[in-house]
Structures are given as structure tokens and as C-alpha cells.
Design a protein around this ligand. Structure first.
Ligand SMILES: [Zn+2]
Length: 238
């Protein structure tokens, strides 16, 4: 006799099969149809992604970009980013096309790589770069949070969403004068309530370009009372 759990699994599988047939998914990079076991990118494209060769540490390019700007304990990133490449397609799908499974999987992979290198960082919390609540509601999710959740799953470090807060929505930068832009840049993040109880945290973001966002976040966290900060980014602009 089929158990209740078995029957539910059978129905779920049948619905998934029907969804794949009715709404076939395609790879965000090459456009080929995806297998049920694949995330938003096919395994062939996944294997060809430009993975970073840099280990976690103070000499990682992510950390180096922040030297002389704000204290940083170490940095790490998974993918080299260039516009119009596979990484840019992956990031676009994370930001706009609901690449939820992929964001978590890539975060998990980052965590696996850090663990393999024996890098535990003695870090107490993973802090995703916050998105303004209105923007997050519109998009449906914050990619940085999904990446942090993947990292947390493999590393066992908790995600903390209340230590760092976004203060106000970023209005179109082109519509503001230089002083407005400076003010916006200086004041867009603030420390949350449980920041003072944390010693070493890791800031998590989807892409690291100039480091301006990471710098602002870290400044807010130090004001809030943390002592050490690392920066983890899924991709780094090379
Ligand atoms: Zn593909």
C-alpha cells in the first residue's frame, strides 16, 4: 500500500513534469532547454563559468579594493565579472528573472569553497547588503539575501538581517546634483539594533564593482559597534 508521503511525492513529481512540459525552462546563458535537475543555468555553461582563483584573505582583490578606505579583515568572491559575458547573464538572471535557486546554490558553492580552504573566519553573522523594502517588494526578493542563505547552509553561520538597514530608496542618480549624490552616498545605510553584540561579521553582496556600497555598509557597521568585517561577493568586476 502506498503511504500518504509517497502519494504526495508522486503527485508533486507529476505536477513538476507537467510544468516542465507546459512551461519549458531554458538556460540563462545558452538558451538550451533545462533538465529538471538543473537550476537556471545548464551544467555545460555552469562548468564554463569564469571561477575566481583567489582565496579568502586580506590580499583577495575584494579586500584590496577597500585598503585605505575602511578596515577589512578579508575578502572573497566566486566569479570574475565582465559585461556581456556568461557571468553578466547569470547576474542579470539573479537580479531580474527570478534566479532564486541559482542564487542559493552559488552561495552554497561559495561556502563549500571557503570550508575546503579551511577558512572559517571565526565570523558570527552573514549580513546581506540590504535593499530598500519597497524595492525588495517590487522585485520579490533580495539576491544578496539568497546568496547569504546559501552560504549559511554550507558554513553554518547565521544570516542576520537586522544588524544593517537601508535608510532610504535610491532615487535615479542622474536627476540629482553632486551634493545630493554625495549626501545619498554618505547616508544610505545605518546600523541596526543588534549590531553592537557582534564582533566579526561578513558582508554579503551579489556583485562588487567600485566597492562604494561595501565601504558605506562597513562604515555603518563599525559605527554600530562591530570590531571586524569581511566582504563576500558572488562576482567581482575584473
Ligand atoms: Zn547553457
Amino acid at each position: 500500500m502506498v503511504s500518504r508521503k509517497g502519494a504526495i511525492q508522486f503527485v508533486r513529481g507529476a505536477v513538476d513534469d507537467w510544468m516542465d512540459f507546459a512551461f519549458p525552462r531554458s538556460c540563462v546563458s545558452c538558451g538550451d532547454l533545462l533538465l529538471k535537475s538543473e537550476m537556471e543555468i545548464c551544467w555545460v555553461c555552469f562548468a564554463r563559468l569564469p571561477f575566481s582563483v583567489h582565496e579568502y584573505g586580506i590580499n583577495n582583490p575584494v579586500a584590496k579594493s577597500l585598503w585605505g578606505r575602511v578596515p577589512v579583515t578579508g575578502g572573497y568572491y566566486l566569479l570574475n565579472y565582465q559585461s556581456r559575458t556568461m557571468t553578466s547573464k547569470v547576474l542579470k538572471s539573479l537580479k531580474y528573472d527570478g534566479g532564486v535557486i541559482m542564487a542559493k546554490k552559488l552561495g552554497e558553492l561559495m561556502g563549500d569553497e571557503l570550508l575546503r580552504a579551511g577558512t572559517l573566519m571565526h565570523c558570527e553573522a552573514l549580513i546581506p547588503v540590504p535593499m530598500h523594502p519597497k524595492k525588495e517588494l517590487k522585485r520579490g526578493y533580495n539576491p544578496a539575501l539568497l546568496i547569504a542563505e546559501g552560504l549559511s547552509r554550507s558554513m553554518g553561520i547565521p544570516v542576520n538581517q537586522s544588524a544593517l538597514l537601508k535608510r532610504n530608496a535610491t532615487v535615479s542618480q542622474t536627476k540629482k546634483n553632486r551634493l545630493d549624490r554625495w549626501y545619498q552616498t554618505q547616508h544610505s545605510f545605518e546600523a541596526g539594533r543588534d549590531c553592537s553584540s557582534l564582533h566579526h561579521v561578513a558582508l554579503v553582496d551579489d556583485v562588487f564593482t567600485t566597492g562604494a556600497t561595501a565601504e558605506r555598509c562597513l562604515r555603518a557597521l563599525y559605527v554600530g559597534g562591530i570590531k571586524q568585517a569581511s566582504v563576500m561577493s558572488l562576482a567581482f568586476t575584473v
